[in-house]
Design a protein around this ligand. Structure first.
Ligand code: PDD
Length: 287
């Protein structure tokens, strides 16, 4: 594959795109990112992703990103040239490449940010086999830093968590801190008991999922109760249904937690319905 990517103002074949070895994302994980899904060649929840990008940059004292319309144009151009019907657009902004490695932040006047975008083609993202079967999760301790609300590229522990899950014959891991579930390695975590959806409340402990915000809104519109509160892994194991949300999985049913089967081991009706509503509404609002 030789897709077209975007690096600092240029559209390039991926094998010609370069970033400095002094880039702070490479040396210090000093960068933030966003992942936006594409359905029918259009961007899903784009405004939400860009609003969170702004917030991540502000929290890390990084310069403002390019204007909304410019970033929208770059996303659309990459989707167009790479012929993405269903897939993802990945955007990363780093604190740039100073002349030397130094713990202190470089002066943004002399060290401009690095901006990189690329696409991932994912035919069948909406109609995924995993969503029809449901996924299995295990629980692991959450040992990440204390500002998980900022979407940084420090993704080593989430990667390790995914590998722990694979080793245990599962698909993903839910992280637990002080006895309560925070979130999945790259998604927000929920269980359903009766007509009530339970998920952890927003704080610095979790990423404020863009999909989460939309799904909770749709759930309320569908007359489901939503409780945003701490919950234990035992409560989730005892639930009728469970699911995760993210830009790359939408609403993905969970059918097993730490080896305990939920319901009859197939995706729950409510999670499936929420997935349908999310996909339908998001397609309508896609830009
Ligand atoms: N991950 N929590 C974590 C830790 C995440 O990494 C993500 C997203 C989410 C869900 O956020 P959203 O609904 O805005 O995608 C929650 C992306 C998809 C990733 O890293 O690939």
């Amino acid at each position: 594959m030789n897709r077209t990517v975007y690096v600092n103002g240029e559209y390039l074949p991926e094998d010609e795109a370069k970033v400095s070895i002094f880039d702070r994302a490479f040396l210090m994980a000093d960068g933030v990112y966003e992942v936006t899904s594409v359905l029918g060649g259009k961007l899903i929840d784009f405004e939400g992703h860009l609003a969170r990008l702004d917030r991540s940059l502000i929290e890390l004292d990084m310069p403002k990103p390019p204007a909304f319309d410019d970033l929208l144009e770059i996303h659309r151009e990459l989707v167009r040239v790479n012929e993405i019907e269903e897939g993802l657009v990945y955007l990363q902004i780093t604190r740039g490449a100073p002349a030397d490695r130094d713990f202190a932040f470089p002066d943004p006047e002399t060290t401009p940010a690095t901006l990189v975008l690329f696409t991932q083609n994912k035919p069948g993202l909406a109609n995924s086999a995993a969503a029809q079967k449901g996924i299995k999760v295990i629980s692991i301790e959450d040992v990440r830093w204390g500002r998980r609300d900022i979407k940084t590229v420090q993704l080593l522990y989430p990667s390790m968590g995914k590998m722990m899950a694979k080793k245990a014959g599962a698909d993903d891991a839910w992280m637990v801190q002080d006895g309560h579930v925070t979130e999945g390695t790259s998604n927000n975590a929920y269980f359903i008991k009766g007509n009530t959806i339970v998920t952890r409340a927003l704080s610095n402990d979790i990423l404020h999922g863009i999909t989460r915000a939309a799904v909770l809104r749709f759930a309320k519109e569908a007359q489901m109760q939503v409780e945003e509160r701490n919950f234990t892994i035992d409560e989730a194991k005892d639930a009728d249904e469970a699911f995760i949300t993210s830009a790359s999985t939408f609403v993905m049913p969970v059918v097993e937690i730490d080896g305990v089967t939920l319901g009859d081991g197939t995706p729950g009706a409510r999670a499936q319905r929420l997935r349908e509503i999310y996909l339908e509404e998001s397609r309508k609002a896609a830009i």
